[in-house]
Design a protein around this ligand. Structure first.
Ligand SMILES: C[S@@+](CC[C@H](N)C(=O)[O-])C[C@H]1O[C@@H](n2cnc3c(N)ncnc32)[C@H](O)[C@@H]1O
Length: 273
């Protein structure tokens, strides 16, 4: 039975008919994350309890209570039902992640992009992930045999899980992690591909990605949250930054997800030569 239908049947007489119940959830390991409409918030606990009964894999239920904030990009979710231990193991396209989705961003809308990273990287590539968190992009990239991956993370707690995840996926022979600010600790002149999985003013970090590339250039995946009408201006800025570094650039832009009303999460795939 569909989740929404299940909720409607189980909550009949408990919530008013006008309540706009959620039509789905994002499952990360044993944790279900809900997006609740305002009309649902006062029934959050009841919805959480019924959600636990919907799918045996679900042991904890949380919902989004505020925006993701700060340099560490900590999400704002509130547990509404089930196990308060939300540290879990999530498996995606054969890659395992130890992650606590209530403490670290693990976006459902980025799933296809994470998996794409594992598909487009080529053997023998040296890849840098500048904003690694628990390894959302870099573990997929490192899963491709023959790659060599360096992942940088500034938050010590996310870094600990990143290190654990490298071992969990038996990637120690070709993936390593660095704790620190990617602007200061990135390798120089040695990478073929750089992943910049950070959405806010990411162009300000682009010079460091260019510094990391080999002198022939390479590919940079620059994620950024922007309104549609800023795409052209940002493409021009990217071109100027690359050219001030002595590189030419070709940009192709893909929309990953809707980030906020009229703001889109885009990835700029930048071919740098
Ligand atoms: C929004 S999360 C995204 C994680 C992952 N790249 C993804 O897209 O799913 C951004 C991560 O970058 C880290 N971060 C922020 N500024 C950083 C910096 N200057 N150097 C290294 N890591 C940084 C944060 O701690 C956080 O874990």
């Amino acid at each position: 039975m569909q989740y929404l239908e299940f909720l409607k049947i189980r909550l009949q007489g408990v919530v008013p008919e006008s309540t706009r119940l959620p039509s789905g959830f994002h499952l990360i390991g044993h944790v279900a994350i809900l997006n609740l409409n305002n009309s649902c918030v006062s029934f959050a606990e009841q919805i959480g309890q019924v959600t636990l009964e919907y799918d045996k894999r679900i042991k904890s239920v949380a919902f989004k209570t505020g925006p993701t904030e700060g340099c560490f990009r900590k999400p704002d979710y509130t547990l509404i039902a089930g196990d308060s231990n939300t540290l879990t193991t999530h498996v995606e396209a054969g890659v395992s992640f130890r992650v606590d989705p209530l403490r670290f961003t693990f976006s459902g809308g980025n799933r296809a992009e994470r998996i794409r990273m594992g598909k487009i990287v080529e053997s023998e590539e040296r890849i840098l992930d500048m904003f690694a968190c628990v390894g959302q992009f870099s573990l997929h990239a490192a899963a491709k045999p023959g790659t060599e991956v360096i992942a940088i993370e500034i938050n010590p707690d996310a870094y600990s899980l990143l290190v654990e995840n490298i071992s969990l996926n038996k990637l120690n022979d070709r993936m390593s992690a660095i704790l620190g600010d990617c602007r200061n600790v990135h390798p120089k002149g040695s990478m073929n591909r750089v992943i910049m999985g950070y959405l806010h003013d990411t162009q300000n970090y682009l010079i460091h990605a260019l510094d990391a590339l080999v002198s022939e250039g390479g590919i940079v995946h620059m994620h950024i949250a922007l309104p549609e009408d800023k795409l052209l201006e940002t493409t021009e800025t990217v071109g100027e930054i690359c050219s001030s570094h002595g590189f030419t650039s070709q940009v192709s832009i893909r929309r990953v997800k809707i980030y906020a009303p009229n703001i889109y999460h885009n990835v700029f795939d930048i071919l740098v030569e």
